[in-house]
Design a protein around this ligand. Sequence first.
Ligand code: SOE
Length: 370
Amino acid sequence: MTLEVGVLGYRFMGKAHANALARLPMFFPDAPDAERSVLIGRDEAALTEAADRLGFESIATDWRDVVDEVDVFYNLGPNHVHPEPSIAALEAGTPVFCEKPLAPTLEEAERMADAAREAGVVNGCAFNYRFVPAIRYAKRLLDDGELGEIHHVRGRYLQDWLVDPDAPWSWRNDEEMAGSGALGDLGAHTVDLLRFLVGDLAGEMERVSGHLQTFVEERPVEGSDETRPVTVDDAYSAQVAFENGAMGTLEASRFANGHKNDHTIEIQGSKGSLKFSLERLNELELLREGDRGYQTILVTDADDPYVDHWWPPGHVVGWEHTFVHENYEFLSAIADDGEFAPSFEDGLAAQRVLAAIEESDERGEWVTIE
Ligand code: SOE
């Protein structure tokens, strides 16, 4: 069986997923055959160049011509482009893999999740950090009860690419196109990762108290004398109460000077604790019951998650491997008539938390997540 994949978007995420599709036959020989069939975008010249570079067979300038023709549709465009083409593809019975956050708004995310439920085909929201080997290893430990009852959960996602007030305006600064700023772009990852890791133990996030801040209100438009308003947050923080009593502290910023892509997770339980940092993604810091301090575990052994597909122990993997792993799982679910997580339902669950954080900031009080 060969799956013909149509991909909307050819910039950052287009490149990451095209690389993953290219790596699959080499490193995951049991993955279904997937052809980089059609690359979709609006600018024909840029699209032609990208299709050639990223190994696509053809191009299309209108997603409407593609979504019911291919076996799988990848929606890797900016957030405001997620709902309409994804829903159309699902209505045509085509499995959809969509980048995160699922949609700019909760209402749109609900419509997307409804469409996925009705279509009954495999659907995925591309939270790639679930596919870091060390995160999977941590999940195993948590599921095995090694940390005991969960008390504290911390998630921080720090970047600094907007600290310069002259950094150019982009769609990521616009509420219509992005939905929110650091909250949706980075916070969505943290919320999903924590749901993945402790959801079965701590339950869902039940109540939040949020704070959003925009430090620079307008930015220059590249190549012109104009400026445009920044209509999203530059940073957010939130306190979270989990269903089963655990406390969470979340934070993300695009103004955290000195931090490029620093996503850290900490979990403390009654029997042990763990720490993970994306900057050292092959490692997990673990404190087991009775230990006096944390031990650093290099998660690169042959029996560690996904590692046997790559290199011998100690020959570390990187950020791009997370995309290979998620593409492997997603395409395998389609070929095996199975299920994929994180699904649109998971994307919606994360979106509910993001919306509640925003609402809490606006109302100045704790908000219960429905
Ligand atoms: C940009 O802020 C960005 O590329 C996010 O959009 C990604 O989801 C994250 O993985 C890294 O940072």
